[in-house]
Design a protein around this ligand. Structure first.
Ligand code: FAD
Length: 441
């Protein structure tokens, strides 16, 4: 049949990278069939499980992804874990090309004593918990403490802080890693923090000494951000703002030049009771400036420590090249090195930095490389390949039942109607079992 002569591509992972790669492929090569395999029964990766619930507008990209998923050339197979239910080698046998877009599901650890105590979490798990990721539902963190410490200075750290400032946590301390501040991407989020209802910032003015002189030489996004921090830290607020701050019941602050040395335990040696920090100072100037230890330490009492120091991609199949030092699949323009027919996009390709727009661009680049290889003959698409037909057979033999896109739409509609009843946009299903139950009705 005609369809068997079509080039067949499969994509592993249905986050922004997977969907944007699919979107570009379908547009550039209308003769291509694209199948997306996803570990969970639900699509959209970190758009569903990462993006903060108080940023619903960011989730609008789901509409574009849905259009792609419903395209006649595209199929979605959820509930299939590549590397476990089916190997990358088996996918390569069935498809002309395989694009790995499975994101970054690990996290960097702090490597300090006490990291395993109750009350210490990675931002990855904490975000997964408040966003309804099934594997993080057992976390159930105790939020009754007075102070939380967040280590890190990126968008994710600010997301976590905003969310924490909603429940009755009294104080949230920010502790960036001890490098020169590089808060380029978070200007909007910082503005949000400064204006967060019922909270007041408490910055340490001494941290900003000398910063004023450096501001004029900064590139534009960083300049605006630094000016906003300076204003918040140094300026005496107007009467109305002062009143708002006086009445605030919760406090947040940034503490620069600190790095964690140890998480301290309570007398029972079970829960975290505080964190010991090294105090750093800058040596050198400009891009060569480095934070070095001063020898001073500082203890902060807290009941919650969240380390937001980066996500990390993991290898899923021993046959796929993996650069453990950079935690990415080594590639040039999305072509996996020394692996013909294998491509990668998204955070797995670049490392876990960048927003959805960045991920979109690098995924379009990968799709372009793939199309170029098809057009030039570098990628052999002359022989017919079975695509999903053979993979479905394999999965059936292994007792794995994929969730297709119309099954996801059943889950979606149950979640939306539960949300409507609770007066919110969506009430997520929290276990894979329940998702599968709804999908199979
Ligand atoms: P992911 O979104 O992680 O998608 C990977 C997918 O692969 C997942 O669905 C996963 O289940 C699946 N997968 C994993 N392993 C397998 C396997 N073995 N087999 C099959 N499937 C697998 N960007 C913004 O623009 N605005 C924001 O407000 C914003 N907020 C963020 C908040 C947080 C907490 C985080 C972490 C990121 C945020 N980002 C935001 C960044 C954005 O989420 C990323 O740029 C983007 O999601 C990366 O896309 P990806 O497809 O590479 O990875």
């Amino acid at each position: 049949p005609f369809s068997s002569c079509r080039p067949k591509v499969c994509i592993v992972g249905s986050g922004p990278a997977g969907f944007y790669t699919a979107q570009h492929l379908i547009k550039a090569r209308p003769d291509v069939d694209v199948d997306i395999y996803e570990r969970l029964p639900v699509p959209f990766g970190l758009v569903r499980f990462g993006v903060a619930p108080d940023h619903p507008e960011v989730k609008n990209v789901i509409n574009t992804f849905t259009q792609t998923a419903k395209h006649t050339c595209c199929s979605f197979y959820g509930n299939v874990t590549v590397g476990k239910d089916v190997s990358v080698g088996e996918l390569q046998q069935a498809y002309h090309a395989v694009v790995l877009s499975y994101g970054a599901e690990g996290n960097r650890s702090m490597g300090v004593p006490g990291e395993d105590l109750a009350g210490v979490y990675s931002a990855k798990d904490f975000v997964g918990w408040y966003n309804g990721l099934p594997s993080c539902q057992e976390l159930s963190p105790d939020l009754s403490c007075e102070t939380a410490v967040i280590l890190g200075q990126g968008n994710v750290a600010l997301d976590v802080a905003r969310i924490l400032l909603l429940p009755p946590i009294k104080k949230s301390v920010f502790l960036p890693v001890p490098t020169v501040c590089c808060l380029n991407a978070v200007c909007a989020e910082l503005r949000e923090m400064v204006n967060l209802p019922d909270t007041r910032p408490e910055m340490v003015a001494a941290d900003f000494e000398g910063v004023k002189d450096a501001v004029k030489d900064l590139p534009r996004p960083r300049k605006r951000l630094t000016e906003l921090m300076l204003k918040t830290a140094m300026e005496i607020p107007g009467e109305k703002e002062q009143e708002r701050r006086n009445n605030a019941s919760r406090v947040w602050s940034f503490r620069f030049f600190r790095s964690p040395i140890e998480i301290m335990a309570d007398p029972d040696n079970k829960r975290t009771a505080g964190i010991r920090l090294a105090v750093n100072k800058l040596e050198g100037s400009g891009d060569g400036a480095r934070a070095v230890l001063t020898g001073e330490v500082e203890d902060v009492s807290c009941g919650l420590v969240i380390s937001s120091i980066g996500y990390k991609s993991l290898p899923i199949d021993p046959s796929v090249p993996f650069d453990s030092s950079k935690a990415i699949v080594p590639n040039s323009m999305g072509r996996v090195q020394q692996a013909a027919g294998l491509y990668c996009s998204g955070w797995l390709k670049t490392g876990p930095t960048g927003v959805i727009a960045t991920t979109m661009n690098n995924s379009f680049d990968t799709a372009r490389s793939l199309v170029e290889d098809m057009d030039s003959g570098t990628l052999d698409i002359s022989a017919a390949k079975p695509g999903s037909q053979s993979i479905s057979g394999l999965l059936e033999k292994r007792g794995v039942k994929p969730v297709i896109f119309s099954d996801w739409e059943k889950i979606d509609s149950v979640e939306m109607s539960r949300g409507e009843a609770a007066g919110k946009p969506r009430e997520k299903l929290l276990t894979v079992e329940e998702m599968l139950q709804v999908a199979r009705k």
